[in-house]
Design a protein around this ligand. Structure first.
Ligand code: NAD
Length: 379
């Protein structure tokens, strides 16, 4: 089978869907692998390394002409025309974007959106949301530390003592927990919160203080359980109490990192404009939900309405970073983990004889299938 790995062309996308390590495995299975020239350069994987692993270095159109095409992000409209009808496409294809799914269906490809994999033990090794969020959480802390004009750890020097930075981390899923772990390694004093009660223990085991917003009704308690490991929108009563607590804690914080997401819905607003205005001058907010929040005057904010996607702005002395692709800022390791996720997924759709099969009785295959035979299959 011909497996094509084109270069990514979206702005700020530096990752690549295969590495020399995964190419070597595909080649060992008897496949022909083509890599778009320069596809791995921004992730520090040179064409020569791919060639040494057994790949052919080709132009973009050839890489897109594979029977199986491995991507990080959805192809652009012009790239879609290079895909063969009947080809299989794997990537982070934005499964909640109906328009994009329709375009892929119209191109006649069988497409798998890896973000839609279930959060089960069997799916862990191909869980791209986890592998990439882990990196984003780590990088968010480093970005915050470099935008912050003070030290993060406590320092006792001959010239006096510097206090440790206080960090507030909102949302303690994969990204938030890694942000806590990274902030701890840097010596910050950390408070963290989430809607799901299960994370209290995880937050505390990483050495952070859990900010509790107790549930007052059965409706709040039930919503907080989430579904499939994910959060659901919380009732307004709980969100109001959470906002009051967050407002008080954000006033004391030097660095705030927000990571709250709800699949298929706009990210919740956790840091209001008033809260930002009450924060200390020089403090920093890194909003991992940038570009995924509610619509504000024709643009999307994040967990804070002031966040501007892919910009660093200063509001009332508070620096707000809205990077939308933090994983791409750690391109080499992000690609290495993503490529292993992809390789693992291909084991579900390539038979021992090397043929492509779509077994809809497999829950991972069924959940990730976005379109097939010209139809969008994902509801
Ligand atoms: P996510 O990226 O969708 O959301 C990030 C976090 O935001 C979540 O923890 C969510 O509860 C939180 N959040 C949503 N609304 C909030 C609000 N108003 N205030 C505060 N926090 C809010 O989630 P994720 O990190 O991809 O995964 C969530 C959970 O799924 C993980 O923590 C884990 O328990 C589970 N998971 C399970 C597996 C597995 O079993 N294989 C794999 C990955 C994740």
């Amino acid at each position: 089978m011909h497996i094509g790995v084109p270069a990514e062309t979206h702005a700020r996308e530096t990752r690549v869907a295969a590495t020399p390590e995964t190419v070597r495995k595909f080649v060992a299975q008897g496949h022909r692998v083509t890599i778009g020239s320069g596809a791995g350069t921004t992730a520090s994987f040179q064409d020569e390394a791919f060639a040494a692993a057994g790949a052919e270095i080709v132009d973009a159109a050839t890489a897109f002409s594979g029977d199986l095409v491995l991507k990080v992000q959805s192809p652009t409209e012009s790239e879609l025309s290079w895909l063969k009808r009947g080809a299989v496409l794997i990537g982070m294809l934005d499964p909640f974007n109906a328009e994009s799914a329709q375009k892929l269906a119209a191109a006649g490809v069988t497409a798998f959106a890896l973000e839609a994999a279930p959060r089960t033990t069997r799916a862990q090794s191909l869980d791209v949301l986890s592998s990439q969020a882990n990196i984003a959480g780590y990088k968010a802390v480093l970005v915050a530390a470099s935008l912050y004009s003070r030290f993060v750890p406590m320092l006792m020097t001959a010239a006096g003592t510097v206090k440790a930075a206080r960090m507030l981390i909102l949302g303690a899923g994969v990204a938030g927990l890694q942000a806590i772990a990274t902030a701890k390694r840097l010596g910050a004093v950390i408070e963290a919160s989430d809607v799901r009660p299960a994370v209290k223990e995880q937050i505390e085991s990483l050495g952070a203080k859990f900010l509790d917003v107790p549930y007052e009704t059965d409706e709040e308690r039930e919503a907080a359980q989430g579904v499939g490991g994910y959060a659901r929108p919380m009732p307004q009563s709980w969100l109001t109490r959470q906002a009051e607590l967050v407002h008080e804690r954000a006033k004391q914080a030097d660095i705030v990192i927000t990571t709250a997401l709800i699949p298929g819905r706009p990210a919740p607003t956790l840091i209001s404009v008033e809260t930002v205005q009450s924060m200390k001058p020089g403090s920093v907010l890194v909003d991992l939900a940038a570009g995924r929040g509610p619509d504000i005057d024709g643009r999307k904010g994040g967990n804070c309405p002031l966040t501007v996607a892919d910009q660093v702005i200063v509001h009332n002395g508070v620096t707000i970073a809205g990077y939308t692709n933090l994983a791409s800022m750690v391109a080499s390791d992000a690609s290495a983990l993503y490529a292993r996720n992809v390789l693992d997924f291909t084991r579900l759709i390539i038979s021992k004889e090397g043929a492509l099969t779509v077994d809809l009785t497999d829950d991972i295959v069924a959940a990730t299938l976005l379109c097939r035979d010209g139809e969008v299959t994902r509801k």
